[in-house]
Write a protein that binds this ligand. Structure first.
Ligand SMILES: *Cc1c(COP(=O)(O)O)cnc(C)c1O
Length: 425
């Protein structure tokens, strides 16, 4: 019989740890998905779940959004990969640039990791400097430049630097605390070989952590003064916080931006873009190399165009609905936890939130680490029993999608009520 349990025991024999990306594992084994639609995931065991993992935020419009599926189907009949340029790549790049004014020129890539790798290489090529600065707990993908004190799965298993990463690479990645521009300033007084500062403008890979009032402004000011490239990694926040991402939400223009996740609403596409003078460093005209067989593939590009057009078309309904549902959910969870006298913090903004079981405000990695992980694990398990699927880690974020209805939210609140009771006991 095909059950998640059986599939996992088969998977473990052929796939390391049985899964293809670390956070997908949880005890005793993850459910295996059969299909998804709108706000719902069905597993092979005949159960279904309200999906608040939403492919780690990618599915802003929900599963199987009709415009996207229809546009992708049309493209499939015309071919799936040409490795020669197409009109739709130009269309998508123009659309991205129209939404993100700081992205004067854009290259399309496949994943967020490729986008940040290219952004950092560009910054080094442009400034002729070597080091980069990131913030503890920020996650920028799974490559050596950034896999130092990273969030997401690396934080979940408590890994500081991955084995197999070269010291020569990781020692050039300097780390400071999120929300601490003073620490950045002091570091820059000692270091003069810094090419870039890379940041998640809202930190969505350590639970959810919001930037303090002046943090992003300070980063912009400090990097401008020192001619350091400021990279906003908007792989999560791009299109999610606003059609122009976090940079529009907070009115701050970075030098380079990376996009992914919601850009393709479930299809593998990402982008790196920024000031023309920096982007023009890319080969073949420039001397910074970036290449990929599947970059700009017409299937993902048509999904990207369809996603962006749909998000733009729905704009006046999309963002208010997401925020309203999120606010309703967060205030209900907060009231429930307060009534039960469970020490907690909830960080939330636009369509994202996370709860931490701690008395202390969560503003950076060390305060996030103080939250009670056993309680979070209990919360996750009981939510799952009650048909609500959130990412199985304290160091991830709960994501709403446009497909979540008012009734979904109601059901979710009662699942949280049961889960919080279990946490309390
Ligand atoms: C998911 C993520 C990445 C990596 O994107 P992949 O498509 O998984 O390579 C990079 N940065 C941020 C902020 C992310 O959340």
């Amino acid at each position: 019989m095909t059950s998640s349990k059986n599939l996992f025991s088969r998977a473990k024999k052929i796939i390391p740890s049985g899964i293809n990306s670390p956070v997908r594992y949880y005890d005793p084994y993850p459910f295996f998905v059969k299909k998804a639609k709108g706000s719902i995931l069905w597993d092979v065991d005949g159960r279904h779940y309200l999906d608040y993992c939403n492919a780690y935020g990618a599915l802003l419009l929900g599963h199987g959004r009709k415009e996207i599926i229809s546009d992708v189907k049309k493209q499939l009949t015309k071919g799936t990969l040409y490795c020669a340029p197409t009109e739709i790549e130009v269309d998508l790049s123009e659309l991205i640039s129209k939404n993100f004014l700081s992205m004067q020129k854009v290259r399309l890539v496949n994943t967020g990791s490729e986008a940040t790798m290219t952004a950092i290489r560009l910054a080094r090529g442009f400034t002729k400097k070597k080091k980069i600065i990131k913030f503890e707990g920020c996650y920028h993908g799974a490559h050596d430049y950034v896999l130092v004190k990273a969030g997401s799965g690396a934080a979940h298993i408590g890994m500081s630097v991955s084995e197999g990463s070269l010291d020569e690479v990781s020692k050039n990645t300097l780390v400071v605390q999120y929300n601490n521009s003073q620490e950045l300033q002091s570091l820059l007084e000692k270091e003069d070989d810094v090419a870039a500062v890379i940041v998640e403008p809202v930190l969505a890979n350590m639970g959810l952590v919001l930037p303090g009032k002046n943090f992003l402004n300070d980063l912009r000011k400090i990097t401008s003064e020192k001619n350091i490239v400021l990279i906003f990694d908007e792989v999560v926040t791009g299109f999610r916080m606003s059609p122009g991402g976090a940079q529009k939400y907070f009115s701050i223009q970075p030098d380079i931006t990376t996009l992914g996740k919601a850009l393709g609403n479930g299809f593998p596409i990402a982008a790196v873009g920024g000031k023309s003078e920096i982007m023009d460093m890319l080969s073949p005209e420039g001397k910074v190399y970036q290449a990929s067989t599947y970059a700009g593939n017409p299937v993902s590009v048509s999904a990207g165009i369809s996603s962006v057009k749909t998000m733009n078309k729905l704009e006046s309904k999309l963002y208010p609905k997401l925020e309203k549902n999120c606010t309703r959910l967060v205030s209900a969870i907060h009231d429930l936890a307060s009534d039960m006298k469970i020490p907690h913090q909830i960080n939330s903004i636009s369509s994202m939130f996370q709860i931490f079981f701690t008395d202390e405000q969560v503003v950076d990695y060390s305060s996030a680490k103080k939250a009670n992980m056993a309680k979070f694990k209990k919360l996750f398990e009981v939510l799952l029993e009650n048909k609500v699927f959130i990412a199985p880690s304290q160091f991830e974020t709960v994501f709403l999608s446009y497909a979540h209805s008012k009734d979904d939210v109601k059901e979710t609140i009662s699942a949280y009520e049961k889960a919080l009771r279990a946490v309390k006991s």
